[in-house]
Ligand binder design. Structure first.
Ligand code: ZN
Length: 501
């Protein structure tokens, strides 16, 4: 048995290496690759992904897994085998001609989406979205489902969860966030944020972000930061976790929040690699758990008052003789946490962000379930924006055409963003208990104990537990949006000067 297990681990390690090789190409594609290389690169990536797929489905695993299935295995080996088997089974469910047709349809849908968004013309995208939807429903049938086809798609991100659980989790969040937003809108607190106007040189933004990366503990000997249009984190191997950021000279804090967000993802990947390099168990518990790590650092730490007490003087040093000279800590903290309903999800503040996600979740269920047709999508979108955020998009480019996800069949993904906030809030309540002087440490720019805590309780667990179970193990509590709501309601009552309820 030891031999079969060793053989499996060897093969899984190799699969992981093939994935890492593809990641190097993908990283280069989005950072330094010259534009004329695009076609070659597309072919190279497709070739590697075919090799990966064939290796994963290699019949040699059938005998190996059969041998291991009834065996008494030591330590985590049973979990290891189960995880590999799940991934392999999932890949096997989709016939290869279906995968090809899907890839082709999505490539065309992506191009149509780009054009439709640019020309602000939903009709260009609609027939493609119809096709993507019909194939996505087919994929759900291949995977199998009982209650709702959307549940089958959720399994890639939040295994074991269902749309019903999410509906229950989001119901209170929806209602109380709308109520909180109403109180914020009614606030009479006046602040002058004009100090943010103007131009902020990219190289100084870069330097400031690098300083924060160093302070928090990003290992520059096991990764690097580069620039890209859309910031991302990518794992090129257990000792090479790279991040990117975006630099916009009209936005002072955009680069920093991207940097710290991706840092959170990278620290999780790095931590998992310490415990389970090249292993199916060295993966995030779920997409939402990954997002909890980025949001914890980006928002809970990086937009906290103690953080800016420590870093506002540093920021002022990076941008001398600017409007920053006249800003005080409280005004700056309020500016960082300004709440304002807006049309675009990726620009949303932390209060309205979850409403953007709930909107997408409800629309996805209706689209996949067949109760909303593609032609009615723009109206349904706009009506929900009005209901949840109190604003109606001026056009579809600022409405249902803004996100890339659906053109690639990415249904079931959006809720992970809000789950990330829910998980992060539950973790933070526990962290504040376990590290009573957390905020004094943050103010002293000391992040080591927090990082150790995350490594011990979250990173080192990898995929041994599903997200809700991991949360229960750490906090002793069932999944709930209550901690997130508690935090939001008290933070914004303070900033906007009303009594917390
Ligand atoms: Zn993220």
């Amino acid at each position: 048995m030891a031999n079969a297990m060793e053989t499996l681990k060897e093969a899984c390690g190799e699969l992981s290496d093939i994935g890492s090789a593809a990641a190097v190409l993908a990283w280069d594609q989005q950072t330094y690759m010259p534009p004329k290389a695009a076609e070659d690169r597309g072919r190279q990536l497709a070739a590697i992904s075919t090799i990966h797929h064939e290796r994963l489905l290699d019949p040699k695993f059938d005998a190996l897994l059969a041998e291991l299935s009834g065996a008494a295995l030591a330590g985590d080996d049973r979990l290891y085998v189960d995880e590999f088997q799940w991934v392999r089974e999932r890949a096997r469910r989709l016939p290869s001609d279906f995968v090809r047709e899907n890839a082709m349809t999505q490539a065309l849908a992506f191009a149509a989406w780009e054009e439709a968004k640019k020309k602000n013309d939903f009709s260009i995208y609609a027939p493609h979205l119809e096709k993507v939807l019909s194939l996505t429903r087919k994929a759900a049938d291949f995977y199998g489902w009982t209650d709702h086809p959307w549940d089958a798609l959720l399994q890639d991100h939040e295994r074991g969860m269902s749309h019903k659980e999410l509906q229950a989790l989001f119901a209170g969040l929806r209602q109380r966030t709308v109520a909180l937003l109403d109180r914020i809108k009614a606030s009479t607190v006046q602040r002058d944020f004009s100090f943010l106007d103007g131009t902020w040189p990219a190289d100084r933004q870069w330097d400031f972000g690098m300083q924060v990366l160093k302070d928090i503990g990003y290992d520059f000997e096991a990764g690097r930061q580069d620039r890209s249009t859309h910031p991302f984190t990518i794992n090129l191997g257990s000792r090479d976790i790279r991040i990117t950021t975006r630099l916009r000279e009209d936005k002072l804090l955009d680069a920093l929040s991207s940097t710290v967000h991706e840092l959170g993802h990278a620290l999780y990947e790095y931590g998992m690699g310490l415990t389970d390099p090249r292993s199916p168990l060295g993966q995030a518990a779920s997409t939402g758990m990954h997002e909890s790590q980025s949001r914890l650092w980006e928002i809970r730490i990086g937009q906290s008052r103690p953080f800016w007490r420590a870093y506002l003087p540093e920021l002022k040093r990076h941008f001398p003789n600017t409007a920053l000279d006249r800003v005080d800590e409280e005004t700056f903290y309020a500016a960082v946490n300004r709440v304002q309903p807006s049309f675009i999800r990726v620009e949303a503040d932390e209060v309205t962000y979850n409403l953007h996600i709930i909107l997408r979740f409800e629309i996805e269920l209706a689209l996949i379930g067949g109760t909303l047709s593609v032609k009615d999508l723009p109206d349904a979108w706009n009506a929900k924006m009005q209901e949840l955020l109190g604003i109606t998009p001026p056009d579809d480019a600022h409405g249902c055409l803004q996100d890339v996800h659906w053109s690639g069949g990415g249904f079931g993904y959006f809720p992970s963003y809000t789950l990330g906030n829910v998980f992060a809030a539950m973790l933070m309540e526990q962290i504040e208990k376990d590290i009573p002087d957390l905020w004094q440490q943050v103010e002293a720019r000391k992040f080591g104990q927090l990082l150790d805590w995350l490594r011990t309780h979250v990173h080192s667990k990898g995929r041994r537990l599903r997200a809700p179970q991991l949360i229960r193990q750490i906090t002793g509590k069932e999944l709930s949006s209550e901690p997130l709501l508690r935090y939001l309601e008290s933070k914004y009552a303070d900033i906007y000067g009303f009594a917390a309820q």
